[in-house]
Design a protein around this ligand. Structure first.
Ligand code: ADP
Length: 169
């Protein structure tokens, strides 16, 4: 069983073998946590993403999928890019949201990562209601039964941290 911890703050300052990015399908950068990771990790991150687009992912990364790439200057060995689904009130996209966590963990496992840090995927620009975004995150991480020893959920606000604390109990 993995340890699941909560921390509040900026994921780019967190020390873990793998840091997960809530990317968009283009893999070429964006706002929110994606922008922060590219800024803090330096140009190597975009270079590596461009290379992925030119080789294995010509049409980008679909929602729910995950890919590992360099962490550039970050205090991590890998950035795992995953693409959350945009929230929809008419369609249940939560299996795809959970896939982001499950597949990132599977990838981290395959790489031999001992620790991984997640932001709240789809919990920003992609509009997911925060309570449910956190509920899906916790469910996916608990169900994944991964061999990665340490999983840290990085809440970017006190509001997210409060929800996470409540749902982790
Ligand atoms: P998405 O497009 O998947 O919704 P966002 O980056 O817009 O992705 O938001 C995802 C979550 O990441 C939000 O909760 C947002 O507050 C949070 N976030 C933004 N910047 C950072 C950061 N530097 N570290 C950790 N979390 C962050």
């Amino acid at each position: 069983m993995s340890d699941i911890d909560l921390t509040v703050g900026d994921i780019t300052a967190f020390r873990a073998d793998a840091i997960v990015n809530a990317a968009n399908s283009s893999l070429l950068g964006g706002g929110g946590v994606d922008g922060a990771i590219h800024r803090a990790g330096g140009p190597a991150i975009l270079r590596d993403c461009r290379l992925l687009r030119e080789t294995s992912l010509p049409s980008g990364l679909e929602p729910g999928a995950a890919v590992a790439a360099t962490a550039g200057d970050l205090a991590a060995r890998w950035v795992i890019h995953t693409v959350g689904p945009v929230y929809s009130s008419s369609e249940d996209r939560s299996p795809t949201l959970r896939d982001c966590y499950t597949r990132s963990l599977r990838l981290a496992n395959a790489l031999g990562a001992g620790s991984i840090a997640f932001p709240l995927i789809s919990g920003g620009a992609y509009g997911w209601p925060l309570d449910d975004a956190v509920a899906q995150q916790i469910r996916a991480v608990k169900e994944s039964d991964s061999a990665v020893e340490s999983i840290t959920l990085v809440a970017f606000s006190d509001a997210i941290a409060d929800i996470t604390r409540r749902l982790l109990r």
